[in-house]
Design a protein around this ligand. Structure first.
Ligand code: NAP
Length: 400
């Protein structure tokens, strides 16, 4: 491909799209240009275009795809629409950038609702695998690049962890990856049919992605091949609808948690076994107060590495009154600015959003694989749906 400016067409016009747009804007001039935006409603696309100065806004995806000056479709829509949009983009010869997760199971005609309570996880796993493989197949057939926006793989603490693993001669025996906050604000996150799962898919996909990526990396360095996950053992729960939560509700001591699932989990714990016998533990919660918490720890035979992608003590604040610092941004999902706090100095950089967008722009222009591509995206879906099956059946599930 010649080194012309890449034309980007955004699909989706809310949080994810604005986050990507902000990070495209930080790239050197001439690398990319956002040339169009499509959303479910014209009103929303036009609002995004007005806010960002994008010239073309539509609610018709075909109109976006038809534009010859658009080389890349950047998918920032809810997960249920990801695989169809990606397949159509690939068939039209457009490169793809996709927000996590790649896909999932969102229901089929005849499913009893709410599907999270009635559809067996074995059937869901098959459906999610079919969707994931259909995207991989479309991408391979059309020869376009697929960039998987798994920001943890790009976050500076994980990049440093990767470099430290490379520098050591030891083995990772255990990875512990966790994410928690006080619940998604999106109403869609409450139902399986719109998100394809709960906290494990929505958030845990980051932890799973980081663990798979790090073991792949370790294997390539030590063995000349990636170290692969072979089985999972999982437990999931809806902790906000337990007698423990009910007790707190009666005592009026529950109001800070916004999680309120219909048929999805708000807590999950997954143990992953790898083909070298090592383990990863993924722990996610939508009912954890204290702001966003995202950490990965590598317990190695010759050391320990702790990566923390959220609160750090680069800057610390104290306030008696929560309003002291008015509307200056601190960090995602923080319940109060009173007391001691650790605002993030540059959240997009620290969480890898800026670096993923930069890698994607260069990977497409240079016709190379991005650091996070289709195989990682497919592996994450397979692993998470195997974990759902494990939690339902109470047994270890093989990933074959
Ligand atoms: N990496 C991270 O840390 C992170 C964090 C949050 C979200 N995400 C991911 O980002 C993606 C978007 O999340 P969000 O919070 O921005 O979602 P959102 O607030 O629900 O917005 C979704 C956008 O997609 C549009 N849309 C929905 N269905 C569509 C379709 N079929 N065709 C075209 N446009 C469609 C909607 O249009 P209207 O506006 O017209 O309704 C809306 O603009 C998700 O995949 C999510 O998992 C990632």
């Amino acid at each position: 491909m010649d080194k012309k400016t890449l034309g980007i067409g955004m699909v989706g016009a809310r949080w994810g799209a604005h986050m990507h747009h902000a990070n495209y804007k930080s790239l050197p001039p001439g690398l990319v240009e956002i040339r169009g935006v499509c959303s479910r409603t014209r009103q929303s696309a036009e609002a995004f275009a007005r806010d960002t100065g994008v010239a073309f806004a539509t609610d018709d995806f075909d109109a976006l795809l038809a534009r010859k000056d658009i080389d890349v479709i950047d998918i920032c829509t809810p997960p249920a629409s990801h695989h169809e949009i990606a397949i159509r983009a690939a068939e039209a010869g457009k490169h793809i950038i996709m927000e996590k997760p790649l896909t999932g199971y969102f229901g089929e005609p005849g499913d009893r609702e709410p599907i999270g309570r009635h559809v067996p996880r074995s059937r869901m796993r098959e459906g999610a695998r079919r969707n994931a493989e259909a995207v991989r197949e479309a991408v391979r057939r059309s020869g376009v690049r697929f960039c998987y926006a798994e920001n943890w793989v790009y976050a500076p603490p994980i990049v440093k962890m990767r470099n430290l693993i490379a520098a050591s001669r030891g083995s990772i025996l255990e990875l512990r990856a966790e994410e928690n906050h006080s619940g998604s604000n999106s109403v869609f996150s409450r139902e399986w049919k719109s998100t394809g799962g709960g906290a494990l898919l929505r958030m845990g996909v980051h932890s799973v992605g980081a663990c798979l990526y790090l073991k792949q990396w370790e294997g390539e360095r030590r063995l000349g091949r990636g170290i692969r996950p072979v089985s999972v053992l999982a437990d999931t729960a809806d902790l906000i609808h337990t007698p423990a939560s009910e007790r707190a509700r009666k005592a009026n001591a529950h109001q800070w948690i916004s999680s309120d699932p219909v048929d999805v989990e708000d807590w999950a714990n997954v143990t992953i076994r790898f083909d070298d016998g090592s383990r990863a533990i993924v722990l996610v919660s939508d009912v954890g107060l204290g702001g966003l918490n995202t950490r990965v720890t590598a317990f190695m035979t010759d050391g320990v590495i702790k990566a923390n992608m959220t609160a750090n003590d680069g800057i610390e604040t104290y306030a008696v009154d929560a309003a002291t610092f008015e509307d200056e941004y601190f960090t995602e999902k923080l319940e109060t600015k009173a007391g001691w706090n650790r605002p993030s100095c540059d959240e997009d950089w620290f969480r890898g959003f800026a670096q993923e967008i930069e890698d994607f722009a260069h990977a497409i222009r240079d016709d190379r694989e991005p650091r996070a591509g289709i195989d990682l995206a497919v592996d994450c879906v397979n692993l998470i749906y195997s974990a759902y099956l494990s939690a339902e059946e109470g047994r270890t599930v093989s990933l074959k």
